[in-house]
Design a protein around this ligand. Sequence first.
Ligand SMILES: Nc1ncnc2c1ncn2[C@@H]1O[C@H](COP(=O)(O)OP(=O)(O)O)[C@@H](O)[C@H]1O
Ligand SMILES: [Mg+2]
Ligand SMILES: [Zn+2]
Length: 368
Amino acid sequence: MSFAVYRRYRPQTVSELLGQTAITETIKNAAASDRLAHAYLFYGPRGCGKTSTARIIAKLANCEKRLSDPEFKKLGEPCNECRACREINEGRALDVIEIDAASNRGIDEIRALKEGIRLSPTSYKYKVFIIDEVHQLTKEAFNALLKTLEEPPAHAIFILATTEYEKIPATILSRVQRFGFKKATVKKIVEKLSMIAKDSNINISPEALTLIGSAADGSFRDAESLFDQVTSMEDKEITLSEVELLLGKTGDRKIIELTDKIIKNDLQGALEFLHSADEAGNNLVQLTKDTIHWLRKALVLSLNPRIENLLKEELTEDSFQALKEQAKTLNPQKIAIVLKNLIQTYSEMRTSPFAAISLEVFLVENLK
Ligand SMILES: Nc1ncnc2c1ncn2[C@@H]1O[C@H](COP(=O)(O)OP(=O)(O)O)[C@@H](O)[C@H]1O
Ligand SMILES: [Mg+2]
Ligand SMILES: [Zn+2]
């Protein structure tokens, strides 16, 4: 692939932004009724759509079709065909200015920015300033920015983005419309990766995509990079076990198999499982870590069924059903002790040349 996947598949319309419904609804309505704000703050974890949404807003503000066709405007989407939309998509729009605050932190940069803000747009209706990692600005730079946000010129739109909401001064917060982006769920990631796989004629199993989705820890960007890595193998059909080896991470099915045996006190079965996982080249330290996370979920679900909906978001339907089954049968006191000992085992394993043995000893001591 000539282009990194995450750049090729950046959402170009509001509808293509997955998993941020509250935000996308608000933006669509605002665009349809011509009430885009002059200053936004986007906060949330990395890779969940902040920069993508900022660029979509830049298009909404300047799309020639939107500005000239009232019927089209009602859709609350950019056309992606007019000159402005194309220039913004290609990253060569003079009136869309992206600043990385991590490397332009000081007062001089903000002063230069202020000069730029005063000048009218060269060819669009609005000048759009996207300031990424805005929490990195110095105090002086924040103050300068604040002045600008107090009286923004009518032709300017500011979009501030950050992964660290707590570091944004209250004075800034009160002057912007705030949107909190959520971590991507495994389901949404799998949805997107399936679309990309189909589009690029890549044959990859749903279990393999799910594993990539859970390894990405809520970031579409990370998921798409992992996908890129995995699919660059010369292979007609990509399977779960290949992805397991590549990522050094085990799929849910194996974790469920092992935890089933732990919950049922099946020592013999657990030892056999361990042996074959080791033979298959599974990373046992990672396997132990995933087992800890999984048992914790089962334990919490058994004690508090109300978190069902939350867990449903994180897991595939099959995995969720398996977890629910386990939560019904496990003994919370026993699993609490198992967890404590397993965490202990995990920290031993990380530095030990005998990872498999530590895990074996754990099983022998705890399953009886
Ligand atoms: N909500 C989303 N829906 C679909 N794809 C997304 C979404 N968020 C991020 N992506 C994918 O991840 C890449 C990086 O997203 P980006 O908007 O730059 O994230 P952020 O600015 O929050 O770190 C995008 O190019 C896109 O491929
Ligand atoms: Mg970004
Ligand atoms: Zn357009």
